[in-house]
Design a binder for this molecule. Structure first.
Ligand code: AMP
Length: 412
């Protein structure tokens, strides 16, 4: 289906053509008509499915005819709430790209950075605001932003928003907007708490489901490496030297794990940076910019730090640690093989991570091919390691030695 059939107006079609998009993605095809029909919509879709355009395009279209008030007369009519600054910036950039041939003004506000410049932009008048919850409420409290004229409210990455503890803020923001409004809720997964939120604030919502399992498996060549925990670093180096090239994200579970791996890779001459929760906003942005600009080609990240970040042209994803939540695996590998390109994923599984692989394969309804052509193969039957104290005790387990009994001092 071409974009034209979605009844989009010319200024938007022109901007889309400049992006070289051939056709709407499934999530766009299903969501855009519902949004244009002013329905409340719940869309289950992960990053990489084109979900941002699925709300940005119809919002720009609905506001297009109301855009020509002088700057000062502009009222905020669309509000997009996003859990992280990186994601908020990315959404803002998408609005700018798609709205290039409109006079609509969009801005982005987020915490961790000076509030004054954000106030200045808001005071000048904007149509669309992309915001993280805390900063938005701050600005509202300071009377810098008026939400009385909101026509469409988007809650993006709702599951992550609730995981990050923003439920009260989200409810507050919803109440600050007029009762009569359209709400669009986007979420990568639909846990009960998201369903409950949707049930209480959306009105007769339509649902769109872009299931991640099929889309993740389609364009990504997945491979699984059984490897001893202590050999993962070597395996990583081996693959970088022999099998993997291009732009790569390596996922690790902990910040400490990231630091170790980063040091090792840098020591071996690789161009690496990392993003995780302990890094300052500035450092994270710098790492992302360096990655996008090609100054580095390996980014090491935790799931939360990387969630929602749109990075184009990713050639490979390495799951250095296997995620314990199956959907996370789908999110991670979904970062490669986007929009028709093929990508690769390499997953390192130690003995104690095997149960996670089982869950992932069940979710994907497929078996991930095991790669044994490497020097660090772990016996597939290896059991999880149990830490034993070296040397065997000559006493029966649970029994004290005679000597120890004799030495025992009683407190009474
Ligand atoms: P998102 O899921 O919104 O993060 O989008 C993921 C990526 O897909 C972004 O880089 C978009 O520029 C790109 N994209 C969005 N819509 C399309 C489309 N219809 N065709 C090709 N690429 C698209």
């Amino acid at each position: 289906m071409p974009f034209k059939e979605l009844q989009l107006i010319k200024p938007l079609l022109k901007a889309i053509a400049e992006q070289n998009y051939d056709a709407p993605t499934p999530v766009q095809e299903q969501t855009i008509p519902l949004v244009l029909a002013k329905k409340d919509v719940i869309t289950t879709a992960q990053t990489g499915t084109g979900k941002t355009a699925a709300f940005a395009l119809p919002i720009l279209q609905m506001l297009f005819h109301k855009q020509d008030a002088g700057k000062k007369g502009k009222k905020v009519k669309a509000l997009i709430v996003s859990p992280t600054r990186e994601l908020a910036i990315q959404i803002y950039e998408s609005f700018k790209v798609y709205g290039k041939y409109t006079n609509l003004r969009t801005t982005v506000v987020y915490g961790g950075t000076s509030i004054e410049p954000q106030k200045d932009v808001l005071n000048k008048g904007v149509d669309i605001v992309v915001a993280t919850p805390g900063r938005l409420l701050d600005l509202h409290k300071q009377d810098v932003i008026n939400l009385d004229f909101i026509e469409t409210l988007v809650l993006d990455e709702a599951d992550l928003m609730l995981d990050m503890g923003f439920i009260d803020d989200v409810r507050k923001i919803e109440r600050l907007c007029p009762v009569e409004k359209q709400i669009l809720l986007f979420s990568a997964t639909m846990p009960m708490k998201v369903v409950q939120l949707a049930n209480t604030i959306l009105k007769e919502p339509e649902t769109v489901n872009a299931t991640p399992s099929s889309s993740a498996a389609q364009n990504v060549e997945q491979s699984l490496f059984y490897v001893h925990k202590q050999h993962k670093m070597e395996l990583c180096l081996f693959l970088l030297r022999n099998n993997i090239e291009g732009n790569i994200i390596i996922f690790r579970r902990t910040k400490m794990g990231i630091a170790k791996l980063e040091k090792m890779l840098k020591g071996n001459g690789y161009k690496v940076d990392s993003i995780h929760g302990d890094k300052t906003q500035n450092d994270r942005e710098k790492a992302l910019d360096n990655f996008k600009d090609g100054k580095i080609n390996i980014l090491i990240a935790t799931d939360v730090a990387a969630r929602g970040i749109d990075i184009d042209n990713l050639d490979a994803v390495i799951n250095f640690d296997i995620p314990n939540i199956s959907e996370t695996y789908v999110h991670r590998i979904g970062r490669t093989g986007r929009a028709g390109n093929s990508g690769k994923s390499f997953s390192f599984c130690s003995a104690d991570e095997k149960p996670y692989i089982k869950g992932i394969q069940q979710l994907l309804n497929t078996v991930i091919p095991v790669e044994e052509n490497h020097p660090y193969v772990l016996d597939p039957k290896a059991k999880r390691e149990v830490h034993k104290t070296p040397g065997k005790s000559k006493n029966k387990p649970g029994r004290k030695s005679e000597a120890s009994k004799k030495n025992k001092k009683r407190w009474y």
